[in-house]
Design a protein around this ligand. Sequence first.
Ligand code: PEP
Length: 368
Amino acid sequence: MNIINEKISLISECSSEDLRIERSRLCCDIEESTLEGSAFIRTQLKGAGFVENDIRGAGFLQCDLSGASLEKCDLTGAAIVNCRLDGMTIDGVSVHEMMDFYKNNHKENKTMNKATRKAIIAGNWKMNKTRPEAKALLDELKGMVADVKSVEIVACVPFTNLETALAATEGTNIRIGAENCHFEKSGAFTGEISADMLAEMGVEYVVLGHSERRQYFAETDETVNKRTKAALAAGLKPIVCVGELLWERECNITEEVIARQIKLDFFGIEADDLKKCVIAYEPVWAIGTGKTATADQAEEVCAFIRATLAKLYGADVAEAITIQYGGSMNAANAAELVSKKNVDGGLIGGASLKAADFTTIIKAAENG
Ligand code: PEP
């Protein structure tokens, strides 16, 4: 039955499985009717009362339902979309109150998950900054972020800057990390730095398996795994980078690539040690290219990493791990990225070299 442009004053004991009421005005009560699957479109239902109706699967689209009441109706599968709802009640409960309650609870759940983890914003300076430049940047940064409490701030700097960085940040809320370490404790490895050497200096974090190391210095999942174990043994907190190449994403094997990296990079690492690690999801195509993954793409892969960890270590462990996004994160896009449920901060290259930009990202993570 199609009712268009009508003024209806009573619907009672009606039984219509495909009633369609459009652009009509219902100044009435609808009682004991079967309106299953009906559609109400752009219909004025202001103050209407629905009592003991079967409204299963019905749709209300762009209707004015303000002040309407639904009492003892079966609303299973019904949808109310883009309607005015002020003053509307369902079984005496205000729909606005219900929606507020839902929104608050939803937000709480989202932040509760995140609250069990530490948001970490880490800068990866790469091969940049002399010692005076490093000191100047950290001196500027520490003033800007002195009030930040809920985010762990890390600066991962070249080996030559470690001592300067440690001195410049002493007593502040900025932690210092290195950009790599070797897996052996000591020996004939010219040009390399061991995890123990870093730990002895007071360094806390170390970036491992960065795509630039994988790409230019022949790092493999096997050496990343060995380096991660060495870093843990020295008491460092590894930030282990994983991420797919553009070609791999285009071939739809992102999840396979990430699962493989997670399994290999953390092979033989027990849950207690895993909890000391941070994982940075860095799609290789987004690093230093100005191409950022969308917040949804970042969330999708970070959630996949967490699900993979849950299979390997259990849900509790997976929930505790900080998973960062990295890849052209900047002052403009950080807030959206870190607002995602499974994105617990970021590993930031270029934007970490400017104190103001890095601070904006840190503050976004505080609110994320
Ligand atoms: C990085 O070096 O880890 C990185 C994400 O770089 P950028 O932010 O410059 O893309």
